[in-house]
Design a protein around this ligand. Structure first.
Ligand SMILES: [Zn+2]
Length: 67
């Protein structure tokens, strides 16, 4: 009988109260995307660091290639 259940929720991103599904964490896709981006950015820091090391290695190989 219940096509759409809505509950009083608090957005985990902006802290605003909203009506959503019981398992909803964010008031909108914008907040969900933002939270996802923040999580991804934290991961990207280590990613760029690894990339940096890789670039340094490639540079070293180029200058060291004295054949
Ligand atoms: Zn929100």
């Amino acid at each position: 009988m219940f096509g759409y259940d809505s509950y009083d929720r608090i957005c985990q991103q902006c802290g605003d109260p909203f009506l959503g599904r019981r398992d909803a964490k964010y008031c909108s896709s914008v907040c969900r995307q933002r939270a996802y981006n923040i999580r991804r950015r934290a991961k990207r820091v280590t990613d760029s660091q690894a990339k940096c090391n890789h670039r340094n290695q490639a540079k070293r190989n180029k200058s060291g290639g004295d054949a």
